[in-house]
Design a binder for this molecule. Structure first.
Ligand code: FES
Length: 105
């Protein structure tokens, strides 16, 4: 699937992503700045934060309890915030656009 990451500066990274990994890993593997992923995908650091553009947010699988509690710790959370390590990279995500938050620069 094609995934577009947009840095806070406006810089775009369009990536033809592999499936079977998380969206966080897609960003890391392709050197997208602004995703730190300090915990390596264990849903315990909150540094893989992304904001999901437009109607894509509703199309994603629901936020589970663990992701909700990590997101809840972040006062900069937006209504369309997700943790990208909790999003599986599947063909259904083809065309998704993700904004990277300023605080994760
Ligand atoms: Fe740590 Fe996603 S990588 S919460």
């Amino acid at each position: 699937p094609k995934i577009t990451f947009i840095e806070h500066s406006g810089e775009k990274h369009e990536i033809e992503a592999d499936t079977g990994i998380s969206v966080m890993e897609v960003a890391i593997n392709n050197g997208v700045p602004g995703i730190d992923a300090d915990c390596g995908g264990a849903c315990s650091c909150g540094t893989c934060h992304v904001m999901v553009e437009g109607s894509w947010f509703e199309k994603l699988p629901e936020i589970d309890e663990m992701e909700e509690s990590m997101l809840g710790l972040n006062t900069m959370r937006e209504a369309n915030s997700r943790l990208s390590c909790q999003l599986d990279c599947t063909d259904e995500l083809d065309g998704i656009v993700l904004q990277l938050p300023e605080f994760q620069g």
